[in-house]
Structures are given as C-alpha cells and as structure tokens.
Design a protein around this ligand. Structure first.
Ligand code: EPU
Length: 420
C-alpha cells in the first residue's frame, strides 16, 4: 500500500486547477445507462471511484472507453443485475438503481456494506421507488426492485438528517422514463444534483426545478445520447482553500465556481483570512492571527460535511477554542484520533468536536480512514513540524485527482512512497 510523506513547514504559493467533480461524475456516468445511444462525459477525474463506476457499467453490458478525461459510454443492451463483488467497493454504486429501474423496469443490486463515516441507509431511495409503483425487497443482501410500469407520483424525499443527494438523483433517474409527472418534494439542492439534471435534460428528459426543494419531472418514452462536461469539484476546491489557510503564503484555486464553495469561503473569511474571488478563481492569503469559530455542517448551501475533517485540521492550529457540529453524519470523526496523535487537542461530545488550537502540530505516522479524513491528515502534515507519514492512501486516491502532485506544484514537500 502506498504512503504519503509530508515534510511540514514549507509554505504553499502559486496556483492549481481543480479537477472535475467526483460526486457529479458518478451519477452522471450511471445515467448513461438510460439510453441505447452513445454518451460522452467530459472532465471525469481519474480516480479509483470513477474507475469502479466504469467497471460497473461495463459489467452491466455497456461499451465504455476512457481517454483524457472523457468517458464514452454506449449502453445498447443492459442487464439489470449487479452482484456484491461488482458493487461492494463503492457505496455510490447504489446510484445505478434508478437508471436500471427506469430503463429495465427491474434491478437487482447488492446492498452496499458498512461505511466508516457512519450509518448510510438508503430507505429514502427505496421509499421513492415504491411511490413510483415498484415492489422492493431485500433478499440475500441484494436490493431487488421490480415495476412492470413506473407511474409518476408526489414523493417527499426529506429524511431526519435533511434531503438525500443520491436519493434525489436515483429518483430523478427512475422518474425520467416513468408515465406521467413525478414531483420530488424535499429534494437535495447540491450542485451535483443540478449537474445530473442538466445532463438528463440534454438526453431529452423534461425536468424543472433542479436546485430547488421541488423538482418536477415529466416522464418521456425514451432518452437519447448526449455530451456533457461535469462541473468542477467543489470539495477539492474547498480542500485546497483550507490548505492555503493552514500552510499558504497566498495561493489561487482555479477552474472553480465560487458560488459552489461560498460556505467554505465565508467560513474562512470568518476566521479572518483574506479571500479574493474572481470569475472562476479564488485566492486565499495567510493570516497571522486567525480566530476560532463555531461551525455546523448542513446540506447545501450550508457548510458541507465533506469539508468537516479538513476544517478540523485547520482549527486544531487556530488560537482559541472552536467547535464543529456534524449534522449530516454524526459519527464522521475518524480523523480526530489521528489528529490527536499529531498533538491536536480535540474533545468529542456526541456529534460536536471541541477544538482547542495548539501552537504547533508534530509530524507522526497516521492512518487514513476515509477520503475526507485522509485529506485532513495531509493538510495537518503541511503545517506540522517534522515528517507526517500517511498510510492507506488508497482512500485519498478514491476522490482526489493527483493530490500529492498538485500540492507539490504549490511548493509542499510531499512524496508518495510506492508499495513494493
Ligand atoms: N439518509 C437517510 N436515508 C437515505 C439516504 C440518506 O436517512 O435513504 C441520510 C444519511 O444517513 C445522511 C443524510 O441523509 O444523514 C444525507 O445523506 P445523503 O443521502 O445526502 O448522502 P449520499 O447521497 O449517500 C453524498 C455524497 C457524500 C456526501 C453526502 C452528503 C456522493 C457520491 N456522495 O452521499 O460524499 O458526504 O452526499 O453531502 O455524492 C464524499 O465525497 O466523501 C462523500 C461521502
């Protein structure tokens, strides 16, 4: 297994370009199953998660080619069964359920296993499919869905932790080929949902209201092929902005939609960092005297749970006492024990992390546990005295395209030690 070694204390300067969004690419690639015609998805980042999705599409019968960020898919014939071995590596593989149901009127997909960031139920996805007229059962670890006919319905997708992103995606993808009109109430507002709706509309779907709480879908008989470039990865952008805060001497993050990262830039501005926002670029300047703050994660447009770990790393070295409350995945704190190994003072009370800023962190061997937790450890390593050795970096490779190379371009002393 590869490791990443970071020699801390080398200030970052310069600029990097953000890659295409992982969380847009995954459902959009799944949506290509909805048509027999060729589709081309551009800007797909080279990550293990997007590779898993390519493998799943191929298993389901699609012809898939991948060249310089463009994934071309022709799903002339599709089979509707995805066993555990094919889907187990990635929880987001559940987003083939909606398109398979839409296209084949049946699907059998293995239930994703446990997830280190906490309980990841899919009850709302299944409730949505049932409302469209599907029969759903779980058998032998597989979700089996069957609907001789899908019929539009009014469905509220909001759960106790708020709207569901992939649940909204799944339902939209099933409803585009249903008879009649589907209204999704309590829909997720995330830019990735809007990006999927944009792609579906390019394929001929009739969708209104994506990006609002109510999405209205008028079913059509068939979809056609389309080309689409996915939006920039707002979480990657946010992660680099926090890198700029924790260890920067002024860096610029390019190829980003500033609106999509507003919660992060507002938060960093609240800490006292100077943020300069242009059309497609954001610069962050260092702050000798950053201030502690209270923060809570929320569904978009609130502060993203996918940026919580990285903020935890930053606030660990910010003078004063900060708090972060995790409202989406209350157990998503695997990074805390590792940050403590580097000298961070963090105390967990239920879903809230109380963080007492320390003057310096000390490099240590630490273990990546999930994607965003791993990024937080790398960010902490940029600031720490000495060498931080992050193991299990395959977690990082799931969702950050060339993170070590991009940080190196900014001047970080970071190297990847390849496994024997
Ligand atoms: N939830 C339910 N029932 C459901 C579905 C979700 O109770 O049927 C709850 C979840 O337990 C959670 C909340 O609803 O408390 C929101 O979860 P959501 O369904 O929105 O998560 P997701 O769609 O499975 C996507 C991202 C995650 C990101 C979350 C929240 C992708 C592929 N994944 O997951 O990204 O954390 O939305 O924004 O889009 C990551 O990239 O590192 C990552 C984990």
């Amino acid at each position: 297994m590869d490791k990443i070694l970071i020699h801390g204390g080398h200030p970052l300067t310069g600029s990097i370009k953000v890659s295409g969004s992982k969380n847009s690419s995954l459902p959009i690639l799944a949506a290509t199953l909805l048509t027999r015609e060729p589709c081309a998805v551009q800007g797909v980042p080279d990550l293990s998660d997007t590779n898993y999705m390519v493998q799943i599409l191929t298993y389901l019968g699609a012809q898939v080619e991948r060249a310089s960020g463009t994934v071309s898919v022709t799903a002339e014939k599709v089979q509707s069964v995805a066993p555990y071995d094919v889907v187990r590596k990635m929880r987001a593989s559940v987003c083939v359920l909606g398109p398979l149901l839409g296209r084949c009127k049946e699907a059998s997909v293995a239930l994703p296993g446990g997830c280190v960031i906490g309980d990841r139920p899919i009850d709302l996805h299944l409730k949505g499919f049932e409302a469209l007229g599907a029969a759903v059962r779980v058998e032998g670890g597989d979700i089996k869905i069957f609907a001789p006919k899908l019929k539009g319905a009014v469905i509220n997708m909001e759960g106790k932790f708020g709207p569901t992103v992939l649940g909204t995606d799944n339902l939209m993808m099933a409803a585009v080929l249903a008879d009649g009109v589907t209204v999704i109430e309590g829909a997720a507002l995330e830019p990735e949902v809007v990006d999927l709706a944009t792609f579906l509309m390019k394929m001929g779907a009739k969708i209104e209201g994506a990006g609002t709480r109510r999405i209205i879908i008028e079913g059509v008989a068939a979809l056609h092929g389309a080309e689409h470039r996915v939006i920039a990865d707002r979480i990657e952008a946010g992660t680099f902005l926090v890198a700029g805060a924790i260890a920067g001497n002024g860096i610029t993050v390019k190829q980003v939609n500033p609106e999509h990262v507003r919660a992060v830039t507002d938060t960093l501005a609240r800490c006292g960092y100077a943020i300069d926002i242009e059309d497609r670029a954001i610069s962050i300047l260092p702050n000798g005297d950053a201030t502690a703050l209270e923060l809570a994660t929320e569904p978009y447009p609130g502060f993203p749970t996918d940026m919580q770990a990285q903020m935890c790393a930053l606030l660990s070295t910010t003078k004063g006492v900060s708090s972060i409350t995790e409202n989406i995945f209350p157990q998503r704190y695997m990074h805390v024990a590792e940050l403590k190994r580097m000298g961070a003072k963090v105390h967990l009370e239920a879903a809230t992390a109380m963080i007492e800023g320390v003057d310096c962190l000390l490099g240590a061997p630490v273990m990546a546990s999930d994607l965003r937790a791993s990024a937080a450890l790398v960010l902490a390593g940029l600031k720490a005295d000495g060498v931080t050795e992050v193991s299990r970096v395959y977690h990082i490779d799931r969702g950050y395209e060339h993170l070590d190379e991009k940080l190196s371009e900014l001047g970080a002393q970071i190297e990847r030690v390849k496994a024997e």
